[in-house]
Design a protein around this ligand. Structure first.
Ligand code: GDP
Ligand code: MN
Length: 382
């Protein structure tokens, strides 16, 4: 998961790294009032998931609240590097003395974290790597032993930074590394890490990527503001996540429900191979009861333009009879005029099939048969 600047900033703050005061605005008026609260001068920053916003015109330094409003009006709703701007982080402007670059990144080849520091911050690190490779300093802490003090000292000494920044820089490196570990990040980048004219080190930008499989994911979600937890998910994805299910939107016209990621993936593959096009898929997970199945069916069929639904269940923890009754329940409460093909096998298979037959939903015997059937019947709908 890639976080937007203002989201990554929340993690930096949580790690006790200084960031400039500021708030997110969704309208020019909000940007204006935030600038007022900040005392007039401010930086208005487009929140889009791409780098190089400054050069592309997405970062505006303004000198009074009216200018903040004007800049915001010029940004909101427009596209920056292909991304529509809907939010602006409006922060106090700081006077920069020097811009540093600092990041902790997961190096897949080395199978561990690398800390990268450069006294030439503010520009893309790739650019520094091209022009001044000798200005990039790295250390590779052993993730089991942790970041050793000598490593932090080494990186700072080699970079020849001024005496006054040694202590604050030492602390920021330590805090950033700890945050990287704590939040299960694969990248935490501060560029620029600015030394202000007041001698303070402030994180003026953030780029954070969190490993989706990290155990810290829930903690990260907790830290993000309520309205943002859903990221860029669709309404149906959100609904599914709320009841603990994984749902993914695709471009075709046949809805898919299965249980277990592997089974769902192979169902998609078999259907596609036979010329069918999945519209979406929902993974029921293990042990779903009839109520969950019923909700799952509602979510999958809420997508517009469906020509059929294919349900493929391998009963283990999940009982086939529960799935069948959930489906029947959903079909009885909501009028869904779509062909539905169900393949059930495993735990309570017979009971499940009996329920289906009672309601005139003939079960398919195999995945192949089911896939052929739904493709055939969905073509009749079209
Ligand atoms: P990016 O271009 O997407 O990396 O966006 P940044 O947040 O890094 O902003 C780009 C540049 O704007 C920075 O490198 C700074 O030079 C400048 N900038 C950002 N915030 C401030 C600020 O508070 N004061 C000043 N003077 N410049 C800033
Ligand atoms: Mn930046």
């Amino acid at each position: 998961m890639r976080l937007l600047e203002y989201e990554g900033r929340l993690l930096l703050q949580e790690a006790d790294i200084t960031v400039p005061n500021g708030e997110v605005a969704r309208t020019p008026r909000e940007a204006k009032s935030i600038a007022e609260r900040l005392g007039g001068s401010a930086v208005v920053k487009a929140q889009v998931p791409v780098g190089g916003r400054g050069k592309a015109g997405g970062i505006k330094v303004v000198h009074n609240p009216d200018e903040a409003e004007g800049s915001a009006a010029g940004l909101i709703g427009t596209k920056l590097k292909g991304e529509t701007i809907s939010k602006l982080l409006t922060v106090e402007a700081v006077e920069i003395e020097t811009e540093f670059y600092l990041s902790v990144i997961l190096d897949r080849a080395k199978k561990g974290p690398v800390i990268i520091f450069s006294p030439e911050g503010g520009v893309d690190i790739e650019e520094v790597a091209d022009r001044n490779p000798e200005k990039i300093f790295k250390v590779e802490p052993d993730p089991l032993i942790g970041l050793q003090p000598f490593m932090i000292r080494e990186i700072i000494y080699r970079a020849h930074t001024s005496q006054e920044v040694f202590k604050p820089l030492y602390k920021v490196i330590q805090k950033l590394y700890n945050a990287y570990r704590r939040f299960g990040a694969t990248l935490m980048e501060i560029n620029p890490l600015a030394l202000t004219t007041k001698g303070e080190l402030v994180a003026l930008d953030s780029k954070v990527k969190i490993d989706d499989d990290s155990g810290a994911m829930s903690e990260v979600q907790e830290l993000l503001p309520e309205s943002e937890k859903t990221g860029d998910k669709t309404e149906l994805e959100r609904q599914a996540n709320q009841i603990g299910l994984q749902y993914v939107e695709l471009d075709g016209d046949i809805g898919i429900i299965g249980n277990g990621a592997g089974l769902v993936m192979s169902t998609l593959d078999v259907l596609s191979e036979k010329g069918g096009q999945p519209a979406n898929f929902l993974d029921l997970g293990g042990g779903a009861d009839s109520e969950l199945m019923s909700k799952a069916f509602e979510i999958v069929t809420a997508k517009e333009g469906l020509t059929g639904v294919f349900i493929n269940i391998f009963g283990g923890l999940t009982r086939c009879d529960e799935v069948a009754s959930g489906l029947v329940e959903a079909l009885s409460t909501k009028e869904i005029d779509l062909p539905v093909v169900v393949r059930l096998t495993g735990t309570n298979e017979k009971a499940g099939r009996d329920i289906l037959r009672e309601h005139n939903i003939p079960p398919a015997n195999t995945l192949d048969e089911g896939a052929n059937k739904i493709i055939q019947r969905s073509q009749e709908v079209r």
